[in-house]
Ligand binder design. Structure first.
Ligand code: TYM
Length: 331
């Protein structure tokens, strides 16, 4: 059976980009594939400074993953720090990936440019090595992610291939799986930048827990352009980034192509309202399940413990195989 792994960081709240680019596909894949999904709290330490925050966000993110429909009896949902093999194989990966490769990661360049003059942890630089370990530990075939993670999966492939070449066939070489629609959801106020938790404006980022009024307001204010005329609503990312971004969202939510989603529209106002309403309708059941799950933290903790136990079984066998392949002295 195809093995799937993908993870999300407990930094900030989950947004529509996370959902359409990744989480929704995790839920859709769980019945015909063997799926592992991690809440990567150790990754969040690259930018965390206050005590207590990561743990709270981890639990809330656990509730969100079950709320979107991941079934704890089917999918293995776990917290990264509950499976110590991640940090252990992470070090092996740091020694398998070069300084030059890490220096070329666009996400590192973006994040450091935003933190100019601030503390930049070594972890922010070596982060893709830990991500490679996350993936490789589960003998992963497929990694369902948004487009921004493509480069990180690529470096993971290179690391797996290099390790196998040095120490003999040990690791499965994974493939990134990027959705046809929703792979790059853009900021509603700045449609040339991806929607992100650390975006410049709150109004450009639709949160999974935003109430319907807030969602509609964000869509109604979405930046478009000043074209008028019968073909103003068309999918053309270069010439019409704002309209194309709305069409991308509408297409992803209604399972169509952006071109199909554009049919029948001539005015931006109607497109904005319909897209907002489609998003509200999609999120409402998720929000009510989330509220229910958050009312029972003990049950959430129990579910995450089951996930961690299952994850450890697979991860510890892979780590052992890696240590043996290298020829570390057995304890
Ligand atoms: P993170 O936590 O930033 O995002 C989680 C997932 O959401 C996707 N995503 C988007 N997709 C479409 N449009 C957007 N605007 C958008 N923003 C975010 C991301 O592509 C991702 O799939 N490094 C990873 C976490 C990670 C990981 C892993 C992922 C750690 N280990 C192993 C896969 C496999 C990250 O920071 O994702």
């Amino acid at each position: 059976m195809t093995r799937v792994l993908s993870c999300i960081q407990p930094t900030g709240d989950v947004h529509l980009g996370n959902y359409l680019g990744a989480l929704r596909n995790w839920e859709r894949g769980q019945h015909d594939k063997d799926v592992f999904h991690g809440i990567v709290d150790l990754h969040a330490l690259t930018v965390t400074e206050q005590p207590g925050v990561v743990g709270e966000r981890t639990l809330a993110l656990g509730a969100m993953l079950f709320a979107i429909g991941l079934d704890p009896n089917v999918a293995t949902v776990f917290v990264q720090s509950h499976v110590p093999e991640h940090a252990q194989l992470g070090w092996v990966m740091e020694c398998t990936i070069s300084y030059g490769e890490l220096s070329r990661m666009t996400q590192f360049k973006d994040k450091t440019s935003k933190r100019e003059g601030q503390f930049i942890s070594a972890g922010l630089f070596s982060y893709p090595a830990l991500q490679a370990a996350d993936i490789i530990l589960y003998d992963t075939d497929e990694v369902p992610v948004g487009d921004d993670q493509r480069q990180h999966v690529e470096i993971t492939r290179d690391a797996a291939i290099r390790f196998n070449h040095r120490f003999g066939e040990t690791f499965v070489v994974p493939d990134a799986v990027i959705p046809a629609a929703g792979a790059r959801v853009m900021d509603l106020q700045d449609p040339t930048s991806k929607m992100s938790k650390s975006g410049d404006t709150d109004s450009g980022c639709v949160m999974m827990l935003d109430d319907p009024k807030a969602i509609m307001k964000k869509f109604k204010r979405a930046v478009t352009d000043s074209d008028t005329g019968p073909d103003a609503v068309r999918y053309d990312v270069a010439a019409k980034p704002g309209v194309s971004s709305l069409l991308d969202i509408l297409a992803a939510v209604t399972d169509r192509t952006p071109q199909q989603a554009a049919e029948g529209y001539s005015q931006y106002g109607k497109l904005k309202v319909d897209t907002g309403e489609a998003v509200v309708a999609m999120l409402e059941p998720i929000q009510s399940r989330y509220d229910e799950l958050m009312s029972d933290p003990a049950e959430l903790t129990r579910l995450l413990q089951i996930g961690a136990d299952r994850a450890r079984e697979v991860a510890s066998a892979t780590l052992r195989r890696a240590y043996d392949a290298i020829g570390l002295l057995p304890s």
